[in-house]
Each structure stands twice: as C-alpha cells, then as structure tokens.
Design a binder for this molecule. Structure first.
Ligand code: G4P
Length: 525
C-alpha cells in the first residue's frame, strides 16, 4: 500500500466525556466491533474512584491500566483506527488536553439524563481552539432522560457548536424502542443486550408501513412528526462544516446495550478526517511528505521503580516511521535510533517495524524526551499546539532530606518533563513553586519522588489565584511592572516571566493598570 493509501485509511481520535457518561463502555464496544476484544468487560475503566485521593494502590493501578489502554489500535474494514485514551479524573485534565493535540477528531459522549456537564464543556473549549471535528453520542437512552430536542438545544448553547442529528430515538427509558438512522435511512430496533448487535429493519422511505409494524402507529406518527421538525429546523448535514469543526453530527444510543454504536462507527469512519496537515513554527507539514516527522505528546514513567525508564508516545505527522532508522531529536540535535518502538494494537504492545501518519509509536526512553519534543528525518521543525495552561493550585516544594537533594532535583526535572505539573521559581525569595491543575498531582509527585527517586519533600501552602505568562513590546513598561510586582514575579523552566496573581481582583486590576502588558493564560503565545 502506498503512503497516501495508508494515510487515507487512518482515523486517530479520542473519546471524551464527563466521568460516568459512558466513555469506557463506548470504547469497549468499538473494540468489540473491531474484533480487538471478544467479550464485553475486557476494558478496565481507567477512572480513579472519587475516594481514591490518598489510595496509592489505586493510583499505581491506574498508571498500569492507562499504559495498556493509552492507545488502542484496530482494523475495521479497510480502516485503521487508533483510539487515544484520556484520563477520566479531572485532576489529570492537562494530560487530556495534550492528548487532544495528537488526534484528528473527537467523539463526545453525553449522558441523556445529565446533559452537558462541566468537564465536557472544558474539553470542548480545547477542541474549539484547534477546530477539531466533533461527533456527539448521546448515551443511556435505555434510561429515563431528557427530551432529545431539549438535549440538542443544550448541546448547541453549552458546547457552542451547531448540531445536526443523524439518528433519532423512538422514545426513551422504559419505552425506548430504537433509533431511526437519518444518515442511512434505516430503522434499528432496540433489544437490550450487552454482547450482541441490535436488529435492523431496512425501510424504503419514511412512509414505509414497516415502521408502523415495528414500533406501533402512535410512535411511528411521532417519529414522522419529529423528523419533519428536524428537517425544518436543522440544515442538511454538511460534511465540510463538520470537518471545519463548525457543526457536530449527533447520534443517540446506549453504549452498554451496544445500541446505536455500530451506526456511530460506520458513519465515523466514513466522515471523520484522516491525518491532517500539522503546523510547526517553521511551516505546515503535510502527512504525505516523504520525510518523517512526529512529536512527543505524552510520557509515561515505568511502573518498575528500579528501572527509571519511560515510554514516550510519539504521534507520527508525516512520512513513514521505520525501526532502527536514525531520526533527529530536534531539541538536542542528536540522531537517535530506536531498536524497540512499540505499536499498540488491540490493547497489546508489540515491536513495530514501520508506522504511518496518524499512528502512535511508543519509544522506550531513559529521560531524553520531554513533552513537545520533535523527531524528524533531519529537518529542524518545532510542532506547535502543546501549551501548558495556567495552573490553579500552588505549593512551595521543600527538601526534607538534605542528603538527597540531587535526587530531588533530578526527580523534579523528570516529572516536569513528563508534564505532571509545572515548576516556577519565585524571583523574590528564590523558592521553587509547583503549579498543578488538581490536588491529586501534589500527592502523586510526593509519592513518586519517594518511590522512584528516593527523595523526600514536603509541601508548604501558598495562596495564589493564577500564574500567567506576561510579555510586552515596551521594555520600560515591562520593567515597571516587574518592579511594582517584584514580590509576585517568577520564571518558568524556559526562563519566561510569570506573574503570580494572588486573587482574581488583583489580576483584573493589573490588567487595567498596565495596558501595555499582555497576560497569557497558556504557555503558547
Ligand atoms: P466513563 O468511562 O465515562 O466514566 O463511564 P463508564 O463507561 O465507566 O460508564 C459509567 C456507568 O454508566 C457504568 O456503570 C456503565 O455501566 C453505565 N453505562 C454506560 N453506558 C450505559 C448505557 O447505555 N445505559 C445504562 N443504563 N448505563 C450505562 P457503573 O455502575 O458505574 O459501572 P459498572 O459497575 O457497570 O462497570
């Protein structure tokens, strides 16, 4: 197969949702259709249960599971599908944001009873920033929930994207009878079953009496009425608008009962984009270019504390990746050879000889890689779009074992390279400050420093609202700002200026009083 054909058949995407909407269940059902697993229940949920904030076994278990399910590749018909898993717990939101930079499209799962929830809203913002094409799956139709029209309105207003239903439910909850597939003009009847696929009725048109025979006259009449309304209210599905991230097709179903999932998958492989051109600081990189390029979007530390090896996850952006070929690690300028890159197929890791744009390869590493690093056939390229976001929780980190300060230093460095949290140095008192998006990270850092590096630390509280990057074209204005706020100035690991605002009010006032200063809430500007 040619490079162009390999690219055209790849679909690399993530499923995102608020915890409990059904992401794990849907993932599992997609794997079931792809033949990657044979029974339901094979995919472990990678959720950290809410009670687990101090349950270390749970976190370790989670790390193990999430290596196995980080990337799930399988073939479906002519297509090669790569599902990138994202952590369920909101304290790991930053990981999820980064994973979203490595996908070409996204499926959002929404619970029909709960509608759009907080984390879905946040993740959608990230998709919107990158114009990622989005398909929405409204789940749990077998349970009592909200009116589908109401859900569509909520999706539009809360997720700030136009929607277009491509399937439509016939009742919900106990009276749920099935969905009408608008995209393919067929009727799928609901039979609750966790392992099997539902029954399909082929119909010639909406007037086909088989609809009445299958769901009864009353529901058939209601369906016709609903569909008429949909055709009146929502414009025809426009594939280009979907690919531009302007409109999201919506499917209804029940992941647990494997209902509506095949419809979703069949439509997905047809309309979802194959790997798209990627922006670098230097130029646009097209997937079908001959030269290889890829970037590290995730680093996973090994479970074995005695061997501090990691797996760097590289998303291939262009050309063909080959085992043992020498590739340039752009940040260090070194040429590296990878003898044991792994591919992720059907939840198994195996050594891979070649891989194509859209694929993810895992590269065993002993601390050479950092999130955002680029590998190429030789060209100097820097991929964009892997920002760190303003952290919202802060603590000073203090060494409690002076004999182990080197280990602590190294541990902090590597954990920051992995993207676990962000390190700042307060310019006023020279102290190291760790910023995270969730409380859990502090516990993870302390635990891992001890278990993987033999270093001990303690946390000292500091009350801060937000850290934001600042810059200005006016050197004098910048100097004046830094002087006035000298107690609240820090630098990040790249040496860039960061303002530590101790309240929302202080930040707003600073923005008002210093109009020549630009405040950035993500590290990429
Ligand atoms: P998540 O990854 O998005 O967090 O959600 P997950 O798939 O783990 O699903 C959350 C809960 O919702 C699970 O129940 C799951 O069985 C249930 N669920 C998923 N899809 C459907 C559906 O279509 N209908 C119904 N009725 N339930 C659904 P749980 O009790 O939390 O877990 P479990 O013990 O069943 O695994």
């Amino acid at each position: 197969m040619s490079l162009t054909e390999e690219i055209a058949r790849r679909r690399t995407f993530a499923i995102i949702s608020h915890p409990d909407a059904g992401k794990t269940t849907l993932t599992e059902k997609l794997l079931l259709f792809g033949g990657a697993i044979h029974i339901a229940g094979a995919v472990k949920s990678n959720k950290i249960k809410k009670t687990a904030t101090s349950d270390w076994m749970e976190i370790e278990k989670q790390r193990g599971i999430s290596v196995a399910t980080s990337v799930m590749g399988f073939n479906y018909g002519d297509y090669k599908i790569n599902i990138l898993d994202t952590p369920g717990h909101q304290d790991f939101a930053e990981d999820t944001y980064r994973t979203l930079t490595a996908v070409d499209s996204v499926i959002i799962v929404v619970d029909v009873a709960k509608g759009v929830e907080q984390q879905t809203r946040k993740l959608m913002e990230v998709c919107r920033m990158r114009n990622t094409p989005v398909i929405i799956f409204v789940n749990k139709l077998d349970r009592e929930g909200r009116d589908p029209f109401e859900i569509l309105d909520e999706l539009e207003s809360e997720l700030k994207i136009k929607v277009r239903p491509l399937s439509w439910p016939i009742n919900i909850g106990a009276k749920f009878k099935g969905v009408y597939n608008i995209y393919e003009h067929s009727l799928d009847l609901f039979t609750p079953n966790k392992q099997k696929v539902s029954e399909r009725v082929e119909i010639s048109s909406l007037d086909d009496p088989r609809i009445d025979e299958s769901v009864g006259e009353t529901d058939a009449a209601k369906l016709r009425e609903d569909l008429e309304l949909i055709e009146g209210v929502y414009p025809e599905f426009d594939e280009h608008a979907y690919l531009a991230g302007e409109v999201a097709p919506v499917f209804f179903g029940s992941a647990l009962n494997t209902f509506g999932v095949k419809e979703l998958l069949d439509c997905f492989v047809r309309i979802a984009p194959s790997p798209r051109p990627v922006t670098t600081e230097e130029r646009m990189v097209n997937p079908d270019e001959e030269g290889f390029s890829g970037f590290v979007f995730k680093i996973h530390a090994n479970m074995d504390p005695n061997h501090r090896s990691c797996i760097a996850f590289v998303k291939i952006c262009s050309g063909k990746f080959e085992r043992n070929a020498g590739y340039k690690h752009v940040r260090s300028g070194k040429v590296m050879k990878f003898a044991a890159p792994t591919a992720f197929m059907a939840q198994k890791k195996s050594i891979v000889d070649e891989a194509y744009p859209g694929d993810i390869v895992g590269i065993p590493d002993t601390g050479n890689f950092k999130i955002g690093d680029t590998l190429t056939s030789g060209e100097l390229l820097h991929f964009k779009g892997l920002p760190s976001f303003s952290p919202e929780m802060f603590k000073y980190i203090e060494n409690t074992d002076p004999m182990k300060s080197k280990q602590l230093e190294k541990g902090i460095q590597q954990l920051m390279d992995e993207g676990v949290a962000q390190l700042f140095v307060n310019q006023f008192n020279g102290r190291k400050l760790i910023g995270t998006v969730g409380q859990l990270q502090f516990e993870v850092i302390q635990y891992r420093l001890l278990h993987e590096y033999g270093a001990q630390c303690r946390w000292e509280p500091i009350s801060l609202y937000k850290a934001c990057w600042i810059e200005s074209d006016d050197a004098e204005a910048l100097a004046a700002f830094k002087k006035r706020k000298h107690q609240f100035m820090a630098v990040d690991r790249e040496g860039r200026d960061v303002f530590l605002a101790d309240s929302g009010y202080v930040l707003t006032m600073a923005q008002q009083d210093f109009p020549k200063i630009r405040f950035h809430f993500s590290s990429e500007f």
